[in-house]
Design a protein around this ligand. Structure first.
Ligand SMILES: [Zn+2]
Length: 413
């Protein structure tokens, strides 16, 4: 009997601990998402009582993940002011983003604020080892600061396919990387846990959590960069990765039967027919001036004739973009398709026209649902997305996580 009571008591204790941890996760998740939230709102939203919320918040304060601030009296309703909880800037994620001509390292606080970005230019396309060495050296330089923070881990942004089962970069075509365990290499070099994912998948996460896709159920994100078009899919707040984590390669869907050969081995892919380089060239812009593309293009078209050659390129690219997006809408029935990079410019030329062209290719059900929008997060989008990947583990179990580097593990989308 005595033994049974002890077992029962232990089980009850274990269940209570599980409930407490789940509630900690719930509260930290809301604070991270909203940026600032009153105790009263947490009480209302979670259905937990006031003293439970107070205890959970106190625990998160002790863990240094949140700070409790004085209530802003001006925004209080009638009655006792409720303390406001904000994410702590001391809980951070490091982000590493290798590209063809650089390795960028960022620091993002819980709550999604980008604290710092350091860009290290490279003279040639970095090898995996070179990218890891650069990132490790920059992180070493920040070590004093990071040790004072609660550094949760590193989010690794990959312009290529990342295998979901082991975090290995299956292929990053423009970096020339194939079957490279970059996340593991970075983890070994820095001691921090590393989670890797495809860049456009991270863009989709960022726009879904903190951009124009906030609160949107079904979202597709398409990014147009120097090297091609990437895509990411979100469904009810979760990324859709497919069998191996490679889903979302909308840039390699067929839009033109007699199109140009693509590096993927196919031909007539969206990214061979819709590309940034011809637009820049037609407007006499150098690659490093791509941030001016939108303004220069809109200005040019505002007084261009009907047979203007730039207009012809834009119209052709918009036509093929609409073909791909019609397929996307029919297959996925998204609420929202978000454009990043130069695709924003193709959309901005005539948002209504592109929306109509996509809807014209869509069945009568999905066509009523789908809307198009430009990305809302600008240059910080990949930093924010990669940090979300890192913070997801912390939020899942705030009490478990410690501030010190942990054992090897990689995650991927
Ligand atoms: Zn292709």
């Amino acid at each position: 009997m005595a033994t049974g009571s002890v077992v029962l008591s232990a089980m009850r204790g274990s269940n209570l601990d599980m409930v407490r941890r789940r509630n900690l996760s719930l509260v930290l998740g809301r604070v991270h998402e909203l940026g600032a939230v009153s105790r009263a709102r947490l009480t209302k939203e979670t259905g937990l009582n006031r003293s439970t919320i107070a205890a959970l918040v106190n625990e998160l304060v002790l863990l240094e993940h949140v700070i409790e601030t004085d209530p802003d009296q001006a925004h209080q309703q009638v009655g006792r002011p409720s303390p406001v909880i904000v994410p702590s800037d001391r809980t951070v994620a490091v982000v590493v983003h290798p590209e063809m001509d650089s390795v960028e390292i960022g620091l993002v606080a819980l709550g999604g604020r980008v604290l710092r970005r350091v860009r290290f230019d490279t003279e040639r396309v970095p090898s995996p080892r070179e990218a890891v060495n650069i990132a490790a050296a920059v992180i070493d330089g920040m070590r004093g600061e990071l040790d004072a923070f609660h550094t949760v881990g590193i989010g690794l942004v990959i312009p290529g396919l990342v295998r979901a089962s082991n975090g290995v970069v299956a292929v990053a075509p423009h970096l020339g990387w194939r079957d490279e365990p970059v996340a593991e290499m970075l983890q070994d070099a820095t001691g921090y846990r590393v989670a890797a994912a495809n860049d456009a998948s991270l863009g989709a996460i960022a726009e879904s959590v903190r951009g124009v896709g906030r609160g949107v159920g079904q979202l597709v994100y398409l990014n147009g960069g120097a090297s091609g078009i990437g895509g990411g899919i979100m469904s009810s707040g979760s990324p859709i990765g497919g069998a191996s984590g490679f889903a979302g390669e909308i840039g390699h869907t067929l839009v033109r039967n007699d199109g140009d050969p693509c590096h993927c081995g196919s031909a007539g892919c969206l990214e061979t027919e819709v590309a940034r380089a011809p637009l820049l060239e037609a407007l006499d812009l150098a690659p490093h001036e791509s941030e001016r593309l939108n303004d220069v293009l809109l200005e040019h078209l505002s007084h261009a004739s009907a047979d203007d050659p730039v207009r012809a390129i834009v119209n052709r690219q918009r036509k093929y973009l609409a073909v791909a997006l019609g397929n996307v809408a029919n297959i996925l029935n998204p609420n929202l398709i978000v454009f990043g990079g130069f695709l924003q410019s193709l959309y901005a030329v005539d948002p209504v026209g592109l929306t109509a062209a996509v809807r014209a290719r869509t069945m009568s059900g999905p066509d009523r649902d789908v809307t198009l929008a430009q990305a809302g997060l600008g240059a910080s989008i990949l930093m924010v997305g990669a940090a979300e990947l890192v913070f997801a583990d912390l939020i899942a179990d705030p009490a478990r996580s410690s501030g010190t580097p942990r054992a090897s593990r990689t995650a991927a989308l």
